[in-house]
Ligand binder design. Structure first.
Ligand SMILES: *Cc1c(COP(=O)(O)O)cnc(C)c1O
Length: 397
């Protein structure tokens, strides 16, 4: 496939858009329209028959959304991309399209809560079963593979423990059995990790996070071969209908232009905060794949550009003390979601992972003491000082 632009920093700005096709508009126009008119009845017939390409109706395609899709396909180095109204709409469309009744999905131990909910729903309603695996070595993958396994589904880094899965290793085993590998790449963004280049088959993003970057859109993306994307577009997206609105696509296009410089700052801030925190006596442990002492640091070096903008840590104290620490923060906001300009803090045990049974949650390393931070774009020293003043308050109480 021909690629016009060489570097990521240029692609996020120019790929997928030709101003000459849009009345020389520098910014991509928002095509705020539900439907498109045909020149003649015969042209309408040709569009529907697929004999001529053209826009028909915005659930089937919209020019603003198309620019986003082309740009993202190029930055993830995939053939094609499809945009959705949420990350979950993308995940459900991909999983429904790769499975049928009685199939089996192998899943990394630790996936987004609603992905876990969707897998349970698919099991109850369609008898699509699943197994969870830590995927720490080839054997832990092979033992779960069955003739009816039609998909391996992975998140790396795993939220919120920040463990990594070696994608090259998974791809090797998956190829032996001809099973497609799907990666939820939300935590890295395409700037830090490109699973398709490693040999994975499908990449999914909750574009709500780093790709948007400004906390004002809920959106999803799936990137894969043209064949699979066309199939999803004409089945699970067209008929279930989880499409992205043109205005939201425009906001994502706007956010994408600064993705590399935002990611650099997220990563830089995180590295500095982690280094500081490791030496704070009230902090029991810090989990960050960019830290040399992290058990998966070698995997990070192999498949990621940098350790990323998220880390978690354990604070000595009871659940009540942890909550008091969070309440004591003055600038850092208590919120789920991630990848925004604002630093966000959340408590997985009582928030994002509260639906998981306690014994399973603890076996995954999600203790009551564990706190996750999505490091924002503020001065890292202001983030540090805010954490420090709340830790000091804790000591006094
Ligand atoms: C947020 C998130 C999702 C779900 O995306 P929505 O846009 O909220 O639907 C899926 N996976 C990961 C890793 C996420 O962080």
């Amino acid at each position: 496939m021909e690629r016009k632009y060489k570097h990521f920093e240029t692609k996020v700005i120019h790929a997928g858009y030709d101003s000459k096709e849009h009345l020389n508009s520098l910014s991509t126009p928002i095509y705020q329209t539900s439907t498109f008119t045909f020149d003649t009845a015969e042209q309408g017939e040709r569009f529907f028959a697929g004999e001529e390409k053209g826009y028909i109706y915005s659930r089937l395609g919209n020019p603003t959304v198309s620019v986003l899709q082309e740009k993202v396909a190029e930055i993830e180095e995939g053939e094609a991309c499809l945009a959705f109204g949420s990350g979950m709409a993308a995940i459900s469309a991909v999983l429904l399209s790769l499975t049928k009744a009685n199939d089996h999905v192998l899943v990394s131990q630790g996936v987004y809560g609603c992905t876990y909910g969707l897998l349970k729903l698919m099991e109850e309603k369609y008898n699509v079963s699943h197994d969870f695996s830590f995927m720490e070595n080839e054997e832990q993958i092979r033992t779960f593979i069955r003739p009816e396994t039609t998909c391996i589904y992975i998140e790396t880094p795993i939220n919120p423990t920040m463990k990594l899965i070696d994608l090259e290793m998974v791809v090797k085993v998956a190829k032996e059995h001809n099973i497609p590998v799907v990666v939820d790449n939300t935590f890295c963004s395409p700037y830090l990790q490109k699973p398709l280049v490693i040999g994975c088959d499908v990449v999914i993003h909750s574009a709500t996070k780093y790709i948007c970057g400004h906390g004002d859109v809920v959106a999803g993306l799936a990137i894969a071969s043209q064949e699979l994307i066309s199939k999803i577009a004409m089945t699970t997206q067209k008929d279930i209908g989880g499409i992205l609105a043109p205005f939201d696509a425009w906001l994502l296009l706007r956010g994408l232009k600064t993705l590399p410089i935002r990611m650099d700052r997220h990563c830089d801030n995180t590295t500095k905060l982690v280094e500081w925190m490791k030496n704070e006596p009230q902090i029991k442990s810090v989990y960050y794949p960019g830290d040399e002492n992290h058990p998966d640091y070698g995997i990070m070096k192999k498949q990621m550009k940098h350790g990323g903008g998220l880390f978690s840590f354990e604070l000595d104290g009871t659940k009540q003390q942890i909550q008091r620490f969070m309440n004591g923060l003055k600038m850092i906001k208590i919120a789920v979601s991630l990848g925004d300009a604002e630093t966000l803090i959340q408590h997985p045990a009582t928030m994002t992972h509260s639906v998981i049974p306690e014994d399973v949650r603890l076996s995954m390393g999600i203790t009551d003491q564990l706190i996750r931070l999505s490091v924002g774009l503020e001065s890292w020293e202001d983030i540090r000082d805010d954490i420090k003043q709340s830790l000091d308050q804790m000591k006094k109480n």
